[in-house]
Design a protein around this ligand. Structure first.
Ligand SMILES: Nc1ncnc2c1ncn2[C@@H]1O[C@H](COP(=O)(O)OP(=O)(O)OP(=O)(O)O)[C@@H](O)[C@H]1O
Ligand SMILES: [Mg+2]
Length: 476
């Protein structure tokens, strides 16, 4: 039962691989034991595809205790602004402890969150332990809100909450069961007056004054977060449905003005447009250099120089492949490169254009999606280019066909790149520029190792380099 739920939720809502989901399932099976042992409530949350939200995929509460929340929270969406500990652990891969945290459901708990990592040290979920501190948040502070409905702000000021809410940048707006405004802190009042053109707003129907809030109120969930743009203002509206002692429903809105943040984001977008333009220019310049070389070749060169020209062209093409991959992405503002796609691109240009030899080029990613920064990608592109060129140039002398195999494996925290062929094998190799390029790039740029693996047929080159912040692995 647990297994099906974790698997279904993860497959439907997250980008986790089958291997990662298995790790979470195993943990979910033991969740009840952890809950019984600690006497605390346990949950597993995973990040959703849009990365500022998470989803609860498993829960367990100690035997003999009532559930912490009225209904099961499995499948519930978790927002960062309500549960920062969850997102802190996700982002930093570290433990987070929050005392007296008020959860999204309005319950006060001591919350400890630890990241759940896979074998590549990626955070695939978080394990949450919650110890309840008070029975219900809504029994306490909310009574104070319900007093405000009678005598509005004075009472709130007496309670001490007014001082706090006066200081808040966020706008607090509380409406009763008929959507009449019963309380707003100063910044809330200012927002309503500004957008509705009314000064006297208390006890008036909020939705008549601000009809754009209708979808917020129509949303059935008890807790929900909306982002809306109204009259050039970008607002995040958090809606919390609350019940007072008489079971009548009030709605609390916490509104945050994020106009400035969005303006900054737009500026960043502009910057990313500039970066994209630079990538374009680098690519175009490389293509111009390649065209000049081709022109020079057409003017007649000796067979020996022709080979050197072709090698240089291939080196230039392999670098420009990196920029082509970056530019082909939907969001070309980051410079991450998928190494498998890059390998495919390099191989197709090289074999199809430059050699008449019939070669089967096999690329085996083994289910690995390897993403690196453009700097590392340029090094990897040049290395792959040199190794494949060597096979094409030396391995199949006097033959009409051959096989070149480019394989990626992940072993512990390292990527292994194998380039092998079924050619004549290495005989008294005289190292030249190609080997030097590979050595330099592997050692200085990739912090890795380069070696030839002895074999009976052909040649097998192996490059090993570590996974890290600039080399990430995702299962496919
Ligand atoms: N796949 C291979 N099969 C057979 N021999 C190889 C293979 N790869 C390399 N060699 C041998 O190793 C030598 C060194 O390779 P290296 O790439 O350094 O130089 P190169 O290919 O001759 O010239 P360049 O500097 O243009 O790359 C080659 O000359 C060749 O004899
Ligand atoms: Mg070479």
């Amino acid at each position: 039962m647990v297994k099906a739920t974790v698997e279904q939720l993860c497959k439907q809502h997250t980008e986790l691989t089958d291997k990662d989901i298995k790790i979470l399932q195993e943990l979910a099976f033991s969740l009840q034991t952890y809950a019984d042992l600690s006497g605390d409530y346990m949950f597993i949350d995973c990040k959703l595809k849009p990365h500022n939200q998470a989803i609860v995929v498993a829960e367990a509460f100690p035997i003999g205790c009532k559930p912490l929340y009225d209904n099961s929270v499995i499948g519930k969406i978790v927002f960062e602004s309500f549960e920062p500990g969850v997102f802190y652990s996700y982002r930093n891969g570290k433990k987070s402890i929050i005392r007296h945290a008020v959860t999204q459901e309005g319950i006060v708990v001591d919350q400890t969150v630890v990241p759940i990592k896979n074998t590549c040290h990626q955070v695939i979920g978080v394990l949450i332990q919650e110890k309840e501190i008070s029975s219900s948040f809504s029994d306490q502070p909310l009574q104070k809100f319900s007093v405000i409905t009678e005598t509005a702000e004075d009472q709130l000021t007496n309670s001490g909450l007014g001082v706090v809410s006066d200081l808040l940048m966020e706008m607090l707006i509380l409406t009763d069961a008929s959507n009449r405004l019963v309380y707003a802190n100063p910044s809330g009042l200012k927002l309503i007056s500004e957008l509705s053109n009314h000064d006297d707003v208390l006890n008036r129907n909020l939705l008549e004054m601000l009809p754009f809030l209708l979808p917020v109120y129509e949303q059935k969930e008890d807790v929900f977060v909306f982002e809306m743009t109204i009259e050039r203002k970008s607002l995040i509206v958090k809606k919390i449905k609350m019940r007072d002692k008489n079971k009548s429903q009030e709605t609390l809105l916490i509104v945050q003005d994020i106009t400035e943040l969005r303006t900054k984001e737009k500026e960043l977008m502009m910057k990313s447009v500039v970066i994209k333009e630079i990538h374009h220019r680098v690519k175009n310049n490389l293509q111009t250099v390649a065209s000049l070389l081709r022109l020079q070749m057409r003017n007649g060169v000796t067979a020996e120089s022709r080979a050197a020209f072709e090698e240089t062209l291939n080196r230039i093409y392999s670098i420009s492949s990196v920029y082509e991959i970056i530019l082909a992405k939907e969001h070309a503002d980051d410079d991450d490169v998928n190494i498998i796609n890059l390998t495919r691109k390099i191989c197709s240009t090289m074999v199809l254009n430059e050699y008449n030899l019939k070669v089967d080029l096999i690329i085996e990613p083994n289910g690995n999606k390897i993403i690196t920064t453009s700097k590392k990608a340029v090094s990897i592109a040049l290395i792959i280019n040199e190794l494949i060129q060597n096979s094409l140039k030396h391995a199949f002398r006097g033959r009409e066909q051959g096989i070149i195999d480019v394989e990626f494996t992940v072993v512990n925290d390292f990527v292994e790149l194998h380039v092998s062929d079924n050619g004549v094998g290495m005989k008294d190799p005289q190292t030249s520029l190609g080997t030097e390029i590979i050595h330099n790039l592997v050692i200085n740029d990739l912090n890795g190792e380069f070696l030839y693996v002895p074999r009976d047929i052909g040649t097998h080159a192996l490059i090993i380099f570590p996974i890290g912040a600039e080399v990430e692995i995702f299962g496919e």
